[in-house]
Design a protein around this ligand. Structure first.
Ligand code: ADP
Ligand code: MG
Length: 261
């Protein structure tokens, strides 16, 4: 597989006043073009820091060290264009006073240099691709359900045809049935377009349904990484076993790989 992205020795620290948190302690990771990788780990393990660092979206209080290379791209990645980012809470990134259709069109206009008219036409097409009724193009974020807002977020993230889609806990703010729909949507879009996926989750079962490979993070370091089926069937680290056990107990079955077909 052609490499898209290579990360080596990535460290991220946050400074607030006199205290300092080391969120990532030397991460090595590569991602092939079209490959789907899930980063899992409990809250505070550094998943979002990794996702934000890859997207170049770390906040100002963060300092990063290490190397992120993009051998799969001709030029350094442009956010929104080469890398699409889906956030946990789509409400937080949408403008409350602009129609959702106009917001998706604006992303296309800015990143692809399209005329307003063509950007609007693309927004109509994107709404179809994320299975949102066209009638909702003129709606405002507060008029949509959480699942619909997340579909808008996904439409905006893929508007410019990125080589990599990063989704940071894209379903955590949604109820269970909607969660499954959003995961299926992301899975379908990634397969249709051939873009690579970096999906962040604390839920190993969810990760297993979409990822070729799983990377397990704990305290800012990789404790285990490998093929999804291998990690699920034969986890090496106690920490991975604990994450697996937690989700096995929750749904009461061993069907962690259900829905993978
Ligand atoms: P996760 O996404 O796995 O929950 P994060 O990457 O958000 O983990 O956080 C990793 C560590 O960095 C945590 O200890 C968290 O409290 C800290 N952290 C994250 N963002 C900030 C920030 N903006 N300022 C200070 N500390 C932060
Ligand atoms: Mg997070």
């Amino acid at each position: 597989m052609k490499p898209l992205l290579g990360i080596s020795g990535l460290r991220v620290r946050y400074r607030s006043g006199v205290s300092e948190v080391e969120a990532l302690r030397g991460i090595d990771l590569s991602l092939g073009a079209g490959e789907r990788v899930a980063v899992i780990g409990e809250s505070g393990s550094g998943k979002s820091s990794l996702a934000l660092a890859v997207a170049g979206l770390l906040p100002r209080e963060a300092t990063g060290e290490g190397i992120i290379r993009w051998p799969g791209l001709a030029e350094p990645p442009r956010n929104g264009k080469d890398v699409g980012f889906v956030f946990q809470d789509p409400g937080g990134t949408l403008d409350p006073v602009m129609s959702v259709g106009a917001q998706v069109a604006e992303v296309a206009e800015v990143n692809l240099g399209l005329s307003r008219r063509r950007a609007v036409a693309l927004a109509v097409e994107l709404f179809e691709r994320v299975r949102l009724p066209g009638a909702l193009l003129k709606s405002y974020p507060h008029q949509l359900s959480g699942g619909q807002r997340q579909r808008v977020g996904i439409a905006a993230a893929i508007a410019a045809g990125p080589a990599l889609l990063i989704a940071d806990e894209p379903t955590s703010a949604l109820d269970t049935i909607v969660q499954a729909e959003i995961v299926r949507l992301i899975d379908r879009l990634v397969r249709e377009t051939g873009m690579a996926l970096l999906i962040v989750s604390h839920d190993i079962a969810l990760a297993a349904t979409v990822a070729d490979r799983i990377v397990v993070l704990k305290d800012g370091a990789v404790v285990e990484a490998g093929e999804t089926a291998e990690i699920v069937a034969r986890p090496k680290a106690d920490y991975t076993r604990a994450l697996l056990a937690a989700c096995l107990t929750l749904d009461g079955s061993a069907g962690v790989l259900e829905g993978r077909a």
